[in-house]
Design a protein around this ligand. Structure first.
Ligand SMILES: [Mg+2]
Length: 256
């Protein structure tokens, strides 16, 4: 899941200062890890411990509260009795990569992706966004080519993945909906040549940069078979020990 975390970390400084270019320094003064990383790690921890997704999301959210959480999630994470709130935001898609790495069948991945989403994002688009990203990770891991990923994810979820980044970029702006950011992040992966390139291309659309980098980076890690050591080392330097502990346990357990 370090590919997803790399996308969040690299995209973090562009969330409020979007760019339409792929040519930028990977890290800068404002580079941090954000909610995307915190909740991706939470989902991984829930899987490792066989724990309820909601409990893990709340625990990690409360441990790292100042990381740019959406306001609805922020209220939810501080209220143990709160139920889902019909969100179609891309928060369900940004945290789901570990599901695609941990489970080996399409059925399990779709089921667990839906479960991880539904504790907050129980709107059909929120569920769909999580399932699409998790399934793309699984397909990538299993060696499905990009054409197969484009076709299967497009057909199953009704996303238009036939567009190019060059077509999307001029008109694209900040969009936190699953339906308005997941397909575009997947297209960034489909046009990429490496993990770093997928993240750069996702950020270059000028939208919700950290989340789009996170989504594209997670799928790219699966497809390209890992995160290059130098990039992994640099990204790990931004994380706290509790997050790194889960990242490493997850990597050992699931070989990613
Ligand atoms: Mg974020």
């Amino acid at each position: 899941m370090l590919g997803a975390i790399a996308g969040d970390v690299i995209g973090s400084r562009f969330e409020s200062f979007p760019t339409k270019s792929t040519q930028f320094e990977l890290f800068g003064e404002r580079t941090i890890f954000t909610d995307d990383t915190v909740l991706t790690v939470a989902v991984a921890d829930a899987i490792l411990n066989g724990e309820d997704f909601a409990a893990a999301l709340r625990r990690f959210g409360q441990r790292h509260p100042n990381r740019g959480f959406g306001s609805s999630f922020y209220v939810w994470m501080h209220n143990a009795g709160a139920g889902p709130y019909q969100s179609w935001g891309n928060g369900s898609a940004m945290r789901v990569a570990p599901v695609g790495f941990a489970y080996d069948s399409e059925e399990e991945v779709l089921r667990e992706a839906a479960r991880s989403a539904a504790v907050t994002h129980d709107h059909p688009e929120g569920i769909k966004g999580a399932q699409a990203v998790a399934l793309a990770v699984l397909l990538g891991r299993q060696g499905a080519g990009k054409d197969a990923i484009r076709e299967q994810i497009g057909a199953r979820f009704g996303y238009d993945l036939g567009r190019t980044l060059a077509q999307i970029r001029p008109h694209y702006a900040f969009d936190v909906s699953c339906q308005g950011s997941v397909p575009e992040a997947i297209i960034a992966f489909l046009e990429s040549e490496s993990v770093e390139d997928a993240i750069r291309k996702a950020i270059s659309l000028g939208g919700d940069s950290d989340t789009m980098g996170c989504i594209a980076g997670g799928i790219a890690q699966a497809h390209y078979g890992g995160v290059p050591a130098e990039l992994a080392h640099a990204v790990r330097g931004f994380l706290t020990d509790d997050l790194l502990g889960v990242v490493d346990r997850f990597a050992r357990r699931f070989g990613c």
